[in-house]
Design a binder for this molecule. Sequence first.
Ligand code: UT7
Length: 338
Amino acid sequence: MIYNLPMIKGIGYAIPSKIVTNADLTKIFDTSDEWIYSRTGIKERRLFASDSEAFELLGKTCKQALNNAEIKADDIDIIIAASSMPVQLMPNTSCMVQKLIETSRNIPAFDISVACSGLVYGLDIANSYIRSGLYKNILLVTMDNCSRYLDWTDRRTSILFGDGIGAMVISASDENDILSIDIKADGKVGDYISMPVQKGNCPFVDKAPTLQFLDMKGQDVYKFVANIIPSYITDDILNKNDIDVNDVDYLVLHQANQRIISTVQERLGYSDDKVITNIEKLGNTSASSILIALGEALKDGKIKTPSTAIICGFGAGMCWGGGVIRLRDGIFKDANIF
Ligand code: UT7
């Protein structure tokens, strides 16, 4: 029998050690805990203290997901890493994962760059690979080292982001855990969130120096997301797939801003216990925010299994994507690997 439905078998996540509070930020520019918290819901964020910490946590996160999935590194057929703000550009994050999990096979490994939509885009690719029969076991990783790409003199952007890692194993099965999935983009409004590569190095071309820092038109992003995402979830994620909003157990939105999460919650008519958030302690961890929120909530018992969750990511591009996934018993049984 050939199975080609995607089962989500295990997940893992890691949060870095370095804590930066809103009070810490008041020491580097003119801001306040009150301003940041009331506008975003963020009190503190975590940063990778060093590259070595980032890679150590990356290896552990992936091993945690493999343990939870009860499969060996050698059973993984392909690694996909959603990593728009990687610790390093080369080797890419997925090849670093390949080395860290110590697989003996030369499986393909590649990164995708869709910022905060990374988990959903990665899941869409994994879904297609599994359904096509090309691969049986996929390791999907999310990792963004946002702190290295922020201008820490810019109080409009640096207050928002934190670093983090997530991992998920998706395997071919006779049971389907991806009940709905959709991805979208609108490059016409790409300048809402932008990041040039560092320039000024080559003597033969335009030498105007620029630094590799993230720039964001916060109000434009906010309006775009608040306008699009609530009806996107009801129309494209739920209705198109005949999923009743009341039949889904949890909402795990990209953790970009508490006010956006509350807007979507209101639209769906969900009570607080159905909405998973961790933005207060971690800020916006870009591609990893949904997986970290899922992992933490499973660990703390805020999410019970078996259950279902709406996931939805949005950010630079502008790209966005969402779906409904099944969370089965045991996907986060091993919380103690760290
Ligand atoms: O994951 C990617 C998706 N990203 C998002 O979803 C982000 C969406 N956007 C936002 O969350 C909000 O736009 C922010 C939280 C980033 C900013 O809030 P805002 O209400 O849009 O602020 P603003 O940029 O319009 O600035 C309002 C005022 C300005 O002062 P003036 O010009 O009106 O005098 C800013 O200079 O607030 C000032 N300001 C600050 N004041 C204290 C901006 N940043 C700060 C700050 N502390 N950190």
